[in-house]
Design a protein around this ligand. Structure first.
Ligand code: ATP
Ligand code: MG
Ligand code: MG
Ligand code: MG
Length: 576
């Protein structure tokens, strides 16, 4: 490929809204172009990386026995009504109408459609197991799209769905996907961890996230350096403290009867200046995850009464809260507290309370809490009054480094991560709702056991850059670099020798299957080098008249401080 036939468009400055380095560098390197909030054009340079990522995923999915198909982006609402997700899923689900006023959705994921295919096509036990996948555009109307392609609204995901006869089979399918994911992320050349993840209301213990290690990650991971233990922090700690601090803030702002109460303990615990009693308090949002289940990180519930010991709350011993302190659905909360339906939840929260997975609370200003007693809900609370500025982040992590690891094999360490993949054992959640069954050997219908497996294709780009960059730009791992080698001739437009040598080397490398780009733009060396350092091509070869006279070229790895002189004749062998 020659630069003159390609499209290169770099920027000196990143736009002001780019908060994290990957977003800044992708914009500056001309990989993406913003079209709207969370919606990007993938420019030629970025698309090459996306294609490489997809290529690796495709190879490994096929190797693991999954079969590629392609399901539509726009899907009829009927299927989503069958599982109840059309109504249950919150505003992240983009609903649209056609000219006949019929409802459709823009897919955030494809369980319904794939289950519909399975119930029609997979009739007999002989056709199982089966794993279908596609790499397709997704749309999620994220509350806060940000970080460029890392949290877009339109993005590309690889999603796979396995169908098995029984749980044992589904477990094998899950394990095969888990192994395939390891190969995929190994091939990307990224530092990552597979961590146990929350399964929410689906239950079971089979869910893992693949987290790319990066300071800017929105997730926190706890792991034990001396054992295999690794989990999303959501799983490792109770939610009580989180809810407690949030509630304490609300309670504090209410400024009703001061006095000795559990809230005082809470306030002391959290170092807050003021504590109040409140009879009961519920904070909730109804944001649902991709399976229509209440998201643990965004739905939370706290009941505080003057007569309850905080330790009891934390231990889940409070009356009515069975099985430990946990998040509940709005319906459960309403039922539990005898509230009128619709009394709580979105109505109660004027501005969303954003709870980030690592127990960080932000965006707390100006919200309203429901309560189960008349006149006891809190309105117009200005949370920002005693706490940091709205949008500031309050870290209320519960698990801390050095805590004993749950497996008893050491102590915990904490790292931040970016969720790039998620594997999930679904069981019969969808097959039951949609009546997807097969006939067993005896001719009896049986529900299919399912699993689903996602990888955020476009998010990988951001995650890779967060992990691999320096002051000059991106440093792509070779397997997903837009080009593996860039040839930088000095004086390509002036020197016949340079042009001939550069063209010949380009053709030789290209013929050997190397992804090479020849920069024939005739740019000055400084500007040319800066562009390629920004774009992050792993290997640069410089050709100049001076070097060629001695039969030498200069070769420099993107991470290397100095160039190496190398004989023209050897370059091919070295690069290959
Ligand atoms: P998150 O917790 O970051 O919102 P998720 O748990 O909602 O992600 P899944 O439903 O598990 O995401 O989807 C599978 C994968 O799709 C994720 O692991 C992630 O890599 C990717 N993904 C999800 N949401 C986005 C998004 N808004 N932009 C880009 N990639 C995304
Ligand atoms: Mg999400
Ligand atoms: Mg997640
Ligand atoms: Mg997930």
């Amino acid at each position: 490929m020659k630069a003159s036939q390609f499209f290169i468009s770099t920027l000196k400055e990143a736009p002001a809204d780019a908060e994290v380095v990957s977003h800044q560098l992708m914009m500056r390197a001309g990989m993406i172009k913003r079209l709207g909030a969370g919606i990007y054009n993938y420019m030629p340079m970025g698309l090459r990386v996306i294609r490489k990522v997809e290529g690796i995923i495709r190879e490994e999915m096929n190797r693991a026995g999954a079969v590629e198909l392609l399901m539509p982006v726009v899907q009829p609402a009927e299927l989503w009504q069958e599982t109840g997700r059309f109504d249950k899923m919150g505003p992240e689900l983009m609903r649209v109408k056609d000219r006949h006023d019929r409802d459709f959705i823009i897919q955030p994921t494809s369980e319904e459609v794939v289950t519909d295919i399975a119930r029609q096509e997979l009739r007999s036990y002989k056709q199982l197991p089966r794993n279908f996948y596609h790499i397709q555009t997704k749309f999620r109307d994220e509350r806060r799209p940000r970080f460029g392609v890392m949290r877009g609204r339109e993005f590309t995901m690889k999603d796979a769905y396995s169908f098995d006869r029984d749980e044992a089979g589904a477990t094998r399918s899950y394990e095969a996907m888990f192994a395939a994911y390891k190969r995929i992320f190994d091939r990307f050349g990224l530092e990552y961890r597979a961590v146990a993840a929350d399964t929410g209301a689906i239950g079971g213990d089979l869910s893992h996230e693949f987290q790319v290690i990066a300071e800017t990650g929105e997730d926190a991971i706890v792991y034990c350096p001396t054992s295999d233990y690794a989990a999303n922090i959501e799983l490792a700690e109770g939610v009580a403290l989180l809810s407690v601090r949030a509630a304490a803030g609300a309670v504090m702002a209410k400024t009703s009867t001061p006095g000795k109460s559990t809230c005082a303990d809470v306030a002391a615990l959290l170092g807050l200046p003021l504590a109040q009693t409140v009879k009961s308090l519920v904070l909730a949002t109804d944001e649902l995850d991709e399976h229509g289940d209440v998201k643990k990180t965004t739905v939370w519930l706290l009941l505080l009464r003057g007569d309850h010991d905080m330790n009891e709350v934390k231990a889940g011993k409070v009356e009515g809260l069975k099985g430990g302190f946990r998040f509940a659905t709005l319906a459960e909360i309403e039922e539990h507290f005898g509230c009128k339906p619709g009394y709580l939840g979105p109505v109660g929260l004027r501005k969303p309370v954003k709870v980030i997975a690592d127990r960080t609370v932000a965006n707390m200003a100006d919200f309203v809490c429901g309560a189960n007693e008349p006149d006891f809900h809190l309105t117009g609370v200005n949370w920002g009054r005693d706490l940091p500025e709205p949008d500031a982040v309050v870290d209320i992590r519960n698990v801390v480094e050095g805590d004993p690891s749950p497996d008893g094999k050491g102590v915990l360490a904490i790292q931040r991560g970016i969720e790039v993949g998620h594997v999930f054992f679904l069981g019969t959640k969808y097959s039951k709702a949609m009546n997807a069954n097969y006939l067993d050997e005896t001719g009896k219908p049986q529900l299919m056991q399912m699993g689903c497996y996602g990888i955020g294709v476009t998010r990988i780009l951001g995650a890779a850059i967060e992990q691999n960059h320096d002051a000059r730009g991106i440093i792509w791992p070779i397997s997903i670099a837009p080009f593996q080698v860039v040839l930088c001739p000095i004086g390509y437009d002036r020197s016949a020798d340079v042009k001939v040598a550069a063209d010949a080397l380009h053709d030789e490398l290209a013929a050997a299957g190397i992804d090479v780009l020849l920069d024939d733009r005739g740019e000055r060396p400084g500007a040319m080098f800066a562009d390629w350092e920004l774009i992050g091509v792993p290997l640069r070869v410089v050709l100049s008249d001076r070097g060629l006279k001695e039969g030498l070229l200069e070769m420099q790895g993107r991470r290397e401080a100095e160039a190496q002189k190398i004989a023209v004749a050897e370059v091919g062998a070295v690069v290959k």
